[in-house]
Design a protein around this ligand. Sequence first.
Ligand SMILES: Cc1ncc(COP(=O)(O)O)c(C=O)c1O
Length: 452
Amino acid sequence: MNKVPFGPTYDEMLHPETISPDVRATALKQLHDNEMDPINLFNINWKDADNKVRKIVLPPELTGVDANIVVMLGCGFPSGSHKVGPAYSTLIEGLVDGEISAEHTILGPSTGNFGIGTAYISKLLGLKAVVIMPDNMSKERYERIRRYGGELELTPGSESDVILTLERTHEMMKNPKNKALAQFELMANYRFHRHVTGGSAIEAVKGVGNGRIAGFTSAPGSAGTLAAGDQIKVAFPEAKVAALEPYECSTLANGGLGQHRIEGIGDKMCTLIHNVLTTDFIILIKDEETVQGVKVFHDGTDLLLKMGIDPALAKILTYAVGPSGICNIIGAIKLAKHMRFGPGDNVVTIATDGFDRYDSVLEELNARYLELTENVLSRWTQDIFIQADEQHIYDVRRPAAKQRLFRQKESDWLKFGYTQAYLDSMQDQAFWEAEYAKVAPYNHKILAQRGE
Ligand SMILES: Cc1ncc(COP(=O)(O)O)c(C=O)c1O
């Protein structure tokens, strides 16, 4: 086991090449050899050993659009998803601010990956964690949380019942021994994704197409990932940002509430940390298509090769994209079609996690469809990706649409004790810039804690 020099700064998560070379080398080694070694905190970043962003570029043969669909891969993060980044950032900010200490129990309200990240980070930093999540998620998630030593506190329901986990969290926070990593509320999540994911997205398109970003799509769970769009717009003001929702639970689009099966997203709310000012479109994606897409990527290699997909890419597709990643890819294709993006334009999106937690989801799909021949997978590939339509795209750039989203946020958050004045302050981009500006002071505080 290595002694942990506390953990990385925001800048080191964006530029891991600036981490001291021996720490970086040991961390990369331990990512494969021992994921429970605390040195893995220094693997919380989007880059591979060559300091290149882990990504794939989907070609027109698969997407039906001329624009490049650039997918950043979250499965290479320790614990298997980028949600470990917000978990680390919220915990480390609490620690350097003196609000969290070794005596506290860490609460992680989640539908899965943030809970996995919370259990994992707490374990590395020697803290006790309780993950509060719905009782009907894929079983691989509970197993992983237990493997990382996290306790489970289950609330009834599934993906779109996350509001119950929030209520339980706020109840448990009345005990001063409990400290919540409140991903839907704490700006550390915004800071991580704006600085680290946004900055990495800008690097990811270097040498791809025209080197710029024309569009960014992400399906909010917490809306943390969407914050990357704010940074992308600073670098490329023309970029359009689309938030994706399940067609079955279209809360941001039109207040719709319903059960759906895209794990990790569509949580029936406008989260506190969602900067709706920079969201240009909301696009609805059908949940069944996301599971069918996972089937095509995971089991359709022969078909993909016949379609002319590069074998190395086809191999990555077998393990690197879960249902919400498929949702993000479909959204990227729809945005590219809607905006008439052409050759050379890049749409960036995210695969939050890989296949490793969805075996049970495919088992269920196989049982429902009985006969899944190559012909069926080929039809799905056409319907889901290549022939993706432009239906259910909501343009939310006008003030009336923004006001509707502000009202949604109020109905979701006033009840948790946030004031109208605080929520009103979020209607000004200056609020978000001020939150982002805290990255630099937190970098210093983390370095100070490390004695540097
Ligand atoms: C699988 C998966 N996809 C997407 C998301 C949404 O990401 P974000 O919370 O950054 O909006 C999550 C969040 O937990 C997730 O677990």
